[in-house]
Ligand binder design. Sequence first.
Ligand code: SF4
Length: 372
Amino acid sequence: MQKSFKPLFEQYDWSAVQQRIARCNAADVERSLNKKTRDLSDFLVFLSPAAKPYLEQMAVLSQQSTIQRFGKNIQLYAPLYLSNECQNICTYCGFSMDNKIRRRTLSDAEIILEAQALRAMGFQHVLLVSGEANHSVNTAYFLNALRLIRPIFAQISIEVQPLSVEEYIALQQAHVNAVLVYQETYHQEVYKNYHPKGKKSNFHYRLDTPDRIGEAGMHKIGLGVLLGLEDWRVDSFFNALHIEYLQKTYWKTKYAVSFPRLRPAEGVEKANFMMEDADLLQLICAYRLWNPDLELSLSTREHEMFRNHVIPLGITTMSAGSKTNPGGYVVEPDSLEQFEISDERPVELIVDRIRAVGYQPVWKDWQTEYTG
Ligand code: SF4
């Protein structure tokens, strides 16, 4: 029988978690900081407003822990958007089905052109991204795209619609190394407001997706919430609870967390819950202090200054030079993006910056031959 996070998830109540976070005090923070090994209750303490005055101390410990486990390395990757077709309505996304934009799905020749452009920039790790359009951009389409790009990249990750165990096995056999799937928010009562139409409106099907990826034996699973939809502290606690469950259940798999903050996009309103830069740094450090093995990934959604600042403070992975529209690198640079990116520097400048703070840019930490 398929394992599920749902029974554990249902033991927790959103408001009760929110109150626990609000009740944390300075003594709790100091106790958690002084521990050698930490658990989820420490993570909850580090998320709290009470931990804010300890941010510098948290950052120092986060830096030390990251160097110990990952060295002074920053993995680089770039997204390759395959399609902006989507059968879902998501109120925060430029590709939402109700947005009247020109839809485009890359052809074989276009996929190869985009892939070659990224390879020419130095990338060996690509993240394939698409909207959720099962009639045209489905597993058969992905398997074909994988066949086309496999000779070009050493490492392939994918962020597409939730699939079945069998489909994830097929992707893995086609040399996919990691699958990313974000719950967006764990606040079940309001989830439907953000996802009123389409398959994504099924909260529990999405919640069980990492279980299906784990069951398929994927090498790495990436999780995250869309920061700005709901209270980021509570959502991040549930995301960590999910990761802890997965690590115990699919212990051979590696895990990564991303930190997408809600960005402006065509037809999209502003974030409901503002998250300041200091809050995001606190969240990154909280994850690191709780879980030394997690890969922590920061995209070009974040602005240049912030990205420069956090390179040595816990992050292990960064995107660079990103385009969030299908064909955005060479085929059709002016098509509509999924969201506005903030760090628009060319890859060379990001690489220079990583080196300038004493870190090594890593273009791949995998080889497609290891999978499949
Ligand atoms: S977030 Fe994903 S599923 Fe939702 S509208 Fe955008 S592309 Fe489609």
